[in-house]
Structure formats: structure tokens, C-alpha cells
Design a protein around this ligand. Structure first.
Ligand SMILES: Nc1ncnc2c1ncn2[C@@H]1O[C@H](COP(=O)(O)OP(=O)(O)O)[C@@H](O)[C@H]1O
Ligand SMILES: [Mg+2]
Length: 308
């Protein structure tokens, strides 16, 4: 059964796009068929993904990250094309994209009925679900009609936060609102990003959030590391850019926690994919198992947790 999650927060710059992208890569590397949906009008995820791997010969349309003439999610929401027609292959095995564009911000002007039809996105995901094991949706930094539509469609909500003094206040605004929504989406996990465990401030913030929202905070934090920003700049996932870095280690462990993966689940998935494709099998427990190269994910001894 397909599992679907969105990355949501009312703040920008907290890691929604970073988590969406890298979690999707980690899943795809383990040969889970993964679809990323970019619901943010800024289309950072789309730019990143197509810069790194996809469609090198294609010329992007002006003001857009996708190849000229290629539909994005806004066209699908407007019913101008079928969901399958808008799927972009990314150049990575098992990783597809429903691209975002600035048109997402104009949707209510282009079709006023959309706001009254919150199930439209859910229907799109339902149509695509048979082709995927995981669907991850990157949301804009706002809770509006568009994000409500996403909440109505997905199984779980992952809320990245930055460990800073107003983080708790932001969650106190957001979480009760999410809980009240009659959508099917449930708050799944709050994830502390850019964590520095050697600071008293960050430790205190983590403890306070844990006390306020018991059981809803991911055990795995993601430490602050310049390599995550550098990877984004290069249009690469952290698993390609710095596979032995703390960023890769934290995000891979986060993925296993959020999506309840285990060595058995990953291995059995790799085996069944291998049978389907007749491809060579790997042990499948490393992020680039899909490429056939064995990869050990372990902390880089050169990189101390807080040094990066
Ligand atoms: N753990 C981290 N350490 C260092 N930089 C990070 C980390 N997580 C995200 N970033 C960087 O922070 C910036 C904002 O992240 P992004 O994922 O785009 O946030 P959002 O999608 O919530 O707006 C990006 O430049 C990203 O590379
Ligand atoms: Mg973003």
C-alpha cells in the first residue's frame, strides 16, 4: 500500500524541501518507488531535482524549472492534463517528480472552484498511488487552501522545525490547528533540524518541545551541517554529495524512523524489485543500493558533529 506524507510548517527555511528531497532519495536508493510532489510556488524542490540529474538537454520554460511545454502540478489541479501526463522522470531510478511552478500561487484566479473542491489533490494522488510505494509532498511555508488540500490527501504530516527560541510558540500555533482539521492527515512527527547538541539552548528547546508534545517528536534530530546547503547548491542529494557526512547519516536514520523501515523491509523490497526487473541484487541497506554499488553509511571521522 502506498504511504503518503507531507512536509509542512508555517515558516520558511526550516528544512521542508531539504527533508522532502533527501528522504525521497533515501527511499528511492532503497528501491522504493517514490514520487515527490512540489506544491510550493517557489519550486525550489523542482529546480534542485532537475538541476542535479534530470533532463539535461531540455530547455526550461521561462520562469519555470521544468522543460518548456511540460505540465506541472498546477496544470493537473486545473484538470488541463491527466496526473500521469505530468510525471517527470528525474534521471534517478525509482524517483519521479510532479513539478511545481509559480502558477501554483495563481490557481484560485485561474479556477475559483478549486478552493471549494479540496478533494482534487486527493483524487490525483489516488490515481497515481498504484505506481508508487511512497508519495512525499513538499508544502509552501503557509497553511492555506492549498496546504489544506494536501492535508486532506496524505496519511501523515511531518513538521520540521529549527531549534530556535520561537520554535515552541510556532508549534503551539500550528499543532492545535492541524489537530482540529477534519482532514485525514495526522500529525506524524515533529523533526528538529539544524540541531546543535552541544548548546544548552538547543538541548532546552528539544526538551521543552518533547514535554509539550509527548510522543510526537522524532527521536532523530538533523544536525546543522554546511554540507546540506552545499549539496543543495550543487543540485545533489546529501547521499551523493557527502555520503559519509553527518547530514547523510542523520537524514538516513530519520527516514528509517519516519517511514518505519527496517533491514528486513528494505531487503525484502530490494529482492522483490530485483525479481521484477531482473536486476543484480545488492544487500540494499545503504542509500545507493539502487545503483548496485554497495555503500556504507557511517559518520565521517573527520567531521565532528558540531564542527560542520
Ligand atoms: N541541517 C541543516 N544544516 C545546514 N543547512 C541546512 C540544514 N537543513 C536545511 N539547510 C539549509 O537551509 C536552507 C533552507 O532549507 P529548506 O529545506 O529550503 O527550507 P524550507 O523548504 O523549509 O524553506 C537551505 O539552504 C538548506 O540547504
Ligand atoms: Mg521549501
Amino acid at each position: 500500500m502506498t504511504r503518503s506524507f507531507c512536509f509542512l510548517s508555517k515558516k520558511g527555511g526550516v528544512g521542508k524541501t531539504t527533508f522532502s528531497l533527501n528522504c525521497a532519495h533515501a527511499l528511492a536508493f532503497s528501491r522504493f518507488r517514490t514520487l515527490l510532489v512540489d506544491m510550493d510556488g517557489q519550486a525550489n524542490l523542482t529546480r534542485h531535482l532537475l538541476k542535479g540529474a534530470g533532463n539535461p538537454g531540455d530547455t526550461p520554460a521561462p520562469g519555470s524549472a521544468v522543460p518548456a511545454g511540460f505540465p506541472d502540478i498546477s496544470q493537473v489541479l486545473l484538470k488541463r492534463c491527466a496526473p500521469h501526463e505530468a510525471i517527470l522522470t528525474t534521471g534517478y531510478e525509482n524517483l519521479d517528480l510532479l513539478a511545481g511552478s509559480t502558477s501554483l500561487d495563481d490557481l484560485p484566479i485561474l479556477d475559483a472552484r478549486l478552493i471549494r473542491e479540496p478533494a482534487r489533490f486527493k483524487l490525483i494522488l489516488q490515481e497515481l498511488a498504484p505506481d508508487y510505494d511512497f508519495i512525499l509532498v513538499d508544502c509552501p511555508p503557509i497553511v492555506n487552501w492549498l496546504t489544506r488540500m494536501v492535508l486532506f490527501a496524505v496519511e501523515g504530516v511531518i513538521v520540521p522545525i529549527q531549534a530556535e527560541p520561537y520554535a515552541l510558540q510556532g508549534l503551539q500555533d500550528l499543532i492545535p490547528m492541524l489537530d482540529k482539521m477534519t482532514a485525514t492527515a495526522q500529525l506524524y512527527k515533529i523533526v528538529v533540524n539544524m540541531y546543535r547538541s552541544n548548546t544548552q539552548l538547543h538541548q532546552n528547546i528539544l526538551r521543552e518541545i518533547g514535554e509539550e508534545f509527548p510522543g510526537r517528536i522524532a527521536k532523530q534530530t538533523v544536525r546543522q551541517t554546511i554540507q546540506l546547503a552545499e549539496a543543495a547548491r550543487e543540485g545533489l542529494s546529501i547521499f551523493e554529495y557527502a555520503p559519509a557526512s553527518i547530514g547523510a547519516l542523520d537524514l538516513y536514520a530519520l527516514c528509517w524512523e519516519l517511514f518505519e523501515l527496517s533491514p528486513e523491509k528494505v531487503k525484502s523490497n530490494i529482492r522483490s524489485r530485483g525479481r521484477e526487473s531482473g536486476a543484480a541484487q545488492t544487500d540494499g541497506t545503504g542509500p545507493d543500493a539502487g545503483s548496485g554499488r554497495p555503500m556504507e553509511i557511517s559518520p565521517d571521522p573527520e567531521t565532528t558533529p558540531e564542527a560542520a
